[in-house]
Design a protein around this ligand. Sequence first.
Ligand SMILES: Nc1ncnc2c1ncn2[C@@H]1O[C@H](COP(=O)(O)OP(=O)(O)OP(=O)(O)O)[C@@H](O)[C@H]1O
Ligand SMILES: [Mg+2]
Length: 291
Amino acid sequence: MEENPIMANVDEELVDEELMEDDLMEVESDEEVMDENPRVAKADAQVQKLISQKRIKDSDDRKVSSEIFDKATLQVLYKLANQGYLDVLNGAISTGKEANVLKGIKDDGSIVAVKIYRIATSDFKKMQYYIAGDPRFNVRSSNKRQLINNWVNKEYRNLTRLKDAGVYVPEAITSLNNVLIIEFIGDEDGNPAPTVKNLPPEDPNDFYEKLVDQMDKFINKANLIHGDLSSYNILNFDEEPVIIDVSQSVVKDHIIAGELLERDIKNISFEFKKMGVDTSIEDLTNRLIKD
Ligand SMILES: Nc1ncnc2c1ncn2[C@@H]1O[C@H](COP(=O)(O)OP(=O)(O)OP(=O)(O)O)[C@@H](O)[C@H]1O
Ligand SMILES: [Mg+2]
């Protein structure tokens, strides 16, 4: 997030906690149970699979796997695999600043997107600031791990709320600690839909109209502001816009909602104007803000 005067309210001192094992109590107690449980063999096979995939990953993209598969994250993936949410991890879709998105394959062969937040590179001040101003999150934690969990939970809840309002976003499947599992947007061969940045629409006018319709529902039905909307966070799925990356999205009465909306409108009108669409900040503002 950009420099913001209100950021001064945020705690300077965020508790810097290492990847502490007791933060994983839920996961570890399960593991203890499994030690004396016949399911342990299956669970072991599953984690071995995850680890072997990790090795495969290591050979083609060392950086990705060594950064994201810390012990704690592996435990979370292990638990999710045990619960049937995924079977193997199969390659990175994207390596972002704070999160990695991987392809997960389920037992039945279907594909999910697995978004894994990295503790080490997360912007905790931003997370704390956005969460503190959101009435849905009545927490003011300065524990980094807790903040990430809330952040991921926020993305999950935003996705659900958006889907309920009829916005085309990936469906939220589950979340646990720093891992979010969502609907994979892409073709049956496992090719993810490109971002609008990477594949501008063939018919920008038509795509823009569809996007404005999505933004209208986002803002006026779900009552959320995206907060980081640009061609990087819109997928071009067979010429349909799919809005992604809603962890930072805030409710409309958040103190910075207005500022974020202005920025979103500025980005979108600017980018689509460049593609030849007859639009402007004023025009898009008038179409989206109806009060
Ligand atoms: N559900 C999905 N299906 C297919 N591809 C996806 C999906 N979600 C994300 N991606 C791909 O992964 C990339 C990164 O996802 P996303 O924008 O959510 O994370 P990010 O930008 O790394 O997040 P942050 O900036 O918060 O660290 C996207 O640009 C897109 O290419
Ligand atoms: Mg993004």
